[in-house]
Design a protein around this ligand. Structure first.
Ligand code: UDP
Length: 283
């Protein structure tokens, strides 16, 4: 089979070939088309395991701990490169971005007494800031991007409409979902689980600062062991904290695979999409 983006051009190739070698009525033999296609590196023909993904990027993953900057320019650049590398394998990508590098409703309520709903609204606006930073960088690197928001703000982003979002993905655009679910008392993990189900995604890729799911906190315990693969049920009973409970149960109920990996690992997103072992696979 030819890669999808070549097959879409079959109509024009057919007329270019002037009929070509026909297998049966109206069909051209793929082998004939291949002769006329430009050279592409072998990796371009790798078949993705996941055809459509939701990539959840926590706000913390965007932060530069050394400088204290909320949004690290290098992280944006690397992400743009990683997403560009997915174009050749044809996987459709939606991003859900967190806001914890800027504001979290619960933390605001605890530290300065901000009303929880107000704090959560502030947290959701923080995700918009991150989403716009991502949009800018991805577009500058040549990717086509749409930002869709759960809280209407039509001068800045499109409203989230499930069918329109699907259409963007089908056209090869990267969709960035911002403002979480649009509701307080939720997290962007829940938004990622929700959007992944709504969009019919094949997997959620969760990019964090840690390189997977451990049996205990790897920051505190030197003997902590990383799971390579774990079932939803085991992750739930062992309280492995892959995502918050509501988000996780939404994934479990719909048998949605989750891959947890570190943003710092180069090529991680592509590896995950190709089904190669990376971080922890919850399935
Ligand atoms: N938030 C919310 N509803 C949502 C998603 C997010 O109220 O549907 C708020 C909540 O206050 C949360 C903040 O936005 O703490 C930032 O999101 P999150 O903590 O999930 O970001 P991350 O940890 O991924 O950076």
């Amino acid at each position: 089979m030819l890669p999808l983006h070549h097959r879409t051009d079959r109509g024009s190739l057919k007329s270019f070939l002037g009929g070509g070698v026909k297998r049966d009525k109206g069909m051209i033999d793929d082998r004939v088309l291949l002769v006329h296609l430009p050279y592409m590196p072998a990796t371009s023909y790798k078949k993705p395991k996941y055809r459509r993904i939701v990539l959840k990027i926590s706000g913390e993953a965007l932060r530069n701990d050394a400088t204290g900057q909320a949004i690290d320019s290098d992280v944006l650049d690397r992400l743009a490169e990683e997403l560009k590398s997915l174009r050749a394998i044809g996987t459709q990508v939606a991003l859900v971005v967190g806001g914890g590098n800027i504001f979290r409703g619960l933390a605001g309520a605890r530290s300065n007494g901000t009303d929880r709903t107000t704090g959560d609204n502030m947290g959701m606006l923080a995700t918009v800031i991150n989403g716009l930073a991502l949009m800018d960088r991805l577009e500058k690197s040549g990717l086509e991007v749409r930002v869709m928001t759960a809280i209407p703000m039509d001068r800045i982003a499109e409203p989230f409409i499930q069918r329109r979002a699907t259409r963007h993905l089908e056209r090869g655009r990267i969709v960035i979902f911002v403002a979480g679910t649009g509701n307080p008392y939720c997290t962007t993990d829940y938004a990622a689980a929700l959007r992944a189900n709504e969009m019919g995604a094949d997997a959620i890729l969760k990019a964090t600062k840690v390189d997977g799911v451990y049996d205990k906190d790897p920051m505190k315990h030197k003997d902590a062991k990383r799971y390579v693969k774990v079932s939803h049920a085991e992750a739930l009973t062992k309280r492995l904290g892959v995502m918050d409970a509501e988000a996780f149960s939404l994934c479990e109920a719909n048998k949605l695979p989750i891959i947890v990996f570190s943003m710092a690992e180069r090529g991680a997103i592509k590896k995950a999409v190709l089904g190669q072992s990376i971080g922890t696979l919850v399935v």
